[in-house]
Design a binder for this molecule. Structure first.
Ligand SMILES: Cc1ncc(COP(=O)(O)OP(=O)(O)O)c(N)n1
Ligand code: TZP
Ligand code: MG
Length: 508
């Protein structure tokens, strides 16, 4: 069933389990789902509640406000009531036709209809089922509905013709601003980041924006245009005429585009709420893309030139971690990950700090495996997370926006989810059987080939890579690799690293 839930809805369900555990409950209840939903502040459900003037804090404690729980204990089972809520959400998603996927908004509708304490809390906050359904249906229709043609929507009939003219000037200026801004963003994704996925998404937004503004009568807009008479034309903020670099251009245009879309959204509310909804959806799309663009910008800064990533730790480096790190660096490692599974936290932290000193001295990136808390204490450049480790979002809470967060991926859907979650780089594998870790299944070279097409973020092929099979990995399209045993178990780790590095640079 979960594959028909959006990533946001899945996150909320997972978080509900943690809420139930921190309450000490033996079942996850609808009320836990509501607490988890409250915390998903960027979700469609949260946006709808805000639109309906319902303050999120009135709906109960967010899971972050509850006592912490350890991540090892499994969540209790879902209660019968909660299972009914999920079934109802599924039915609502089908009925309201949002590509049939269950989003946070459908969970909200189902909670409100559930008739239990969660529904009471929502009703007490002022939410009514009719208002909510009407909103959800509108947003869903905006996403899947037909595109109106110019003749469908005449200029608004306002009492004062001068007012229509003012409105046209606002809409014309904002439409131009948003269109130009979107083009600047697309050029950044295309030419600076070389990111096909982001370029495609921005192109899609630009295209949908173009369709939305077809609803305006072009004569109405252009006739009202009076650039020389526009009092704003010559007023410039002090920093508007200069930009420090391409990143500053990007940031300014993200802001400009979102602002222009907001202006369109607000002023079209006067005459056409449906169209206003389309601009709202586009504005949310820009926010989502912003998160991905900024992750890509950070990755570019930290890992653009990185080719060889070496994992140290475990048995082979128990006695001589410092020496191995120095050797790997001398051989050309661009990134060192400290991956330690069995030692006490206090010892791991002490050793991580040693790795930090060595890597900092050499100007090499240092990534801590699994543990954002230890990464922060050791001043690492970031953390590497697996599918069962804490989420990117939680790691960011600890490490902040500038940390490099990597995610292990073993199949296309995980890769897509990691990108959506804001990972800065990806591990792609396991490609071959590994001496470092046992795997039930291999992702293989097919997944490496998939990654080439799927992302412009830096990604490292990993798992059993040796000098003997490196060519297969490079032929599959990888330009970066992560290795452990082939370096840390080598007689001469420095030479082993140097051999990998030379071949990676050769293949560039
Ligand atoms: C670069 C890189 N890629 C993948 C992994 C594996 O992470 P994970 O799946 O969490 O497994 P463990 O390493 O924690 O056993 C990695 N560490 N680094
Ligand atoms: C931790 C991990 N996750 C995927 S492969 C791997 C181990 C990489 O080590 P090796 O290069 O020795 O296979
Ligand atoms: Mg892990």
């Amino acid at each position: 069933m979960w594959e028909s839930f959006t990533a946001g809805a899945q996150r909320v369900v997972e978080r509900a389990g943690r809420v139930a555990r921190s309450r000490g409950s033996d079942h996850v209840e609808p009320i836990d789902l509501l607490s988890a939903l409250v915390e998903e502040t960027e979700s469609r459900a949260a946006a709808l509640l805000l639109e309906l003037d319902i303050a999120l804090h009135e709906l109960g404690p967010a899971s972050a406000d509850l006592p912490p729980v350890d991540d090892e204990t499994p969540s209790p089972p879902h209660s019968q009531e909660l299972r009914l809520v999920f079934g109802d959400a599924l039915a609502k998603a089908r009925e309201l036709d949002r590509s049939q996927a269950v989003g946070t908004e459908h969970l909200l509708v189902a909670l409100l209809s559930s008739g239990g304490p969660a529904a009471d809390r929502l009703s007490r906050a002022g939410l009514t089922i009719d208002a909510l359904i009407e909103r959800v249906a509108r947003v869903n229709a905006v996403e899947s509905g037909p595109i109106p043609m110019a003749e469908d929507i005449p200029p608004p009939e306002l009492a004062d013709p001068g007012e229509a003219d003012d409105l046209a000037r606002i809409l014309d200026a904002s439409a131009n601003r948003a269109r130009e801004g979107l083009r600047v963003l697309e050029d950044y994704a295309r030419f600076v980041l070389d990111d096909p996925g982001l370029t495609r998404r921005l192109k899609d937004v630009r295209h949908r924006f173009g369709q939305a503004i077809q609803a305006f009568d072009p004569d109405w807009l252009v006739c009202s245009r009076d650039t020389p008479g526009d009092v704003g034309t010559h007023i410039m903020a002090t920093d508007e005429g200069t930009r420090a670099n391409a990143r500053a251009v990007l940031v300014a245009n993200l802001k400009r585009t979102a602002e222009a879309l907001r202006t369109l959204e607000e002023y079209t509310k006067i005459s056409d709420q449906w169209l206003s909804g389309r601009f709202e959806v586009l504005r949310y799309d820009v926010y989502t893309i912003e998160k991905r663009l900024m992750a890509a910008v950070a990755a570019r800064k930290g890992l653009q030139d990185a080719r060889l990533y070496v994992l140290v730790g475990g048995l082979p480096t128990l006695g001589d971690l410092t020496w191995i790190v120095e050797e790997a660096i001398a051989g050309g490692a661009d990134v060192i990950q400290y991956r330690e599974k069995g030692l006490p936290d206090r010892v791991v932290l002490q050793r991580a700090r040693e790795v930090r000193i060595l890597t900092a001295r050499a100007g090499v990136r240092f990534i801590m495996n699994d543990r954002p808390d230890l990464a922060r204490l050791a001043s690492a450049d970031g953390v590497h997370l697996g599918q069962d480790d804490v989420s990117v979002r939680d790691a960011r809470r600890i490490l902040g926006p500038n940390a490099l967060i990597g995610v292990s991926t073993h199949e296309p859907s995980q890769l897509e989810a990691a990108i959506r979650d804001g990972a800065n780089y990806l591990g792609v594998g396991p490609v071959f059987p590994s001496q470092t870790k046992d795997f039930e299944a291999l992702a293989g070279l097919a997944f490496v080939r998939h990654a080439v097409e799927a992302t412009g973020l830096p990604w490292f092929a990993i798992g059993g890579i040796t000098e003997a099979n490196l060519d297969q990995v490079l032929d599959a399209g990888a330009s970066r690799i992560a290795v452990s045993s082939a370096v840390v178990r080598a007689d001469r780790p420095r030479d082993a690293a140097a051999a990998f590095k030379a071949r990676l640079l050769d293949a560039d």
